[in-house]
Design a protein around this ligand. Structure first.
Ligand code: E4P
Length: 216
């Protein structure tokens, strides 16, 4: 499973990139607003830190406007992945950009039928929003399972990018179902490294090691 971080905060991206476990970054207009940074500038900086796909979202709602924005965004770096909403115009844009060899992430996916359309439009990634689906009284994992089944039925190459991940259990469940990628906030990814018994174990080993009086 590939790990993307869902943020536009440079310090967090650097810290996670240094682990060697970060495969890409996703941003959206809300995350850009939260960062307080210029969109183009921060996207360029992120693309320089991570080799993998960096999703940058268009804000136009019509096909022509999306194409115009995508043209500007994809010139930033080779690893820019254009993020488009799951609408008719978004999928028209996806089809056109994919045909030109540009990576596309189709975002705001809330049904398996929408994911089927994204795959037919040649999306590189489809982003089902797990947490927001749960918030809406539905099971986000059922959505991931249905998309996995449909994509496997037809051997679609579009990767399932489990998004709107809120905690480690979401990561675990998405991995068990076979989501290709997950994107999560920095705190959720950092939380995956931790376990109380790991910390307790280290504490015990360090205490016993100190008793030996040895050094390496
Ligand atoms: C994915 O690409 C989105 O940016 C993100 O996962 C949305 O998550 P949220 O529901 O926590 O805002």
């Amino acid at each position: 499973m590939k790990f993307f971080v869902d943020t536009a905060e440079i310090a967090d991206i650097r810290e996670l990139a240094e682990t060697g476990l970060l495969d890409g970054v996703t941003t959206n207009p809300s995350l850009i607003a939260k960062s307080g940074r210029d969109f183009m500038e921060v996207t360029r900086e992120i693309c320089g830190i991570v080799d993998g796909p960096v999703s940058a979202e268009v804000v136009a709602l019509d096909h022509a406007g999306m194409m115009r924005e995508a043209e500007i965004l994809r010139r930033i770096a080779d690893n820019v992945c254009i993020k488009v909403p799951l609408t008719i115009d978004g999928l028209k844009t996806c089809k056109a950009l994919s045909g030109e060899g540009t990576m596309v992430n189709v975002t705001l996916c809330f049904s398996a039928n929408q994911a089927l359309l994204a795959a037919k439009a040649g999306a590189t990634f489809v982003s089902p929003f797990i947490g927001r689906h749960d918030d809406n009284g539905l099971d986000g994992m059922d959505l991931i399972s249905d998309i996995r089944l449909i994509y496997d039925n037809y051997a679609f190459e579009t990767e399932i990018l489990a998004a709107s991940i809120r905690h480690g259990v979401h990561v675990l469940q998405a991995a068990k179902i076979g989501a290709d990628v997950m994107t999560a906030p920095p705190a959720v990814i950092k939380g995956l490294f931790k376990h109380v018994l790991t910390e307790k174990g280290i504490e015990g080993f360090m205490a016993d090691w100190a008793k030996t009086g040895q050094s390496i």
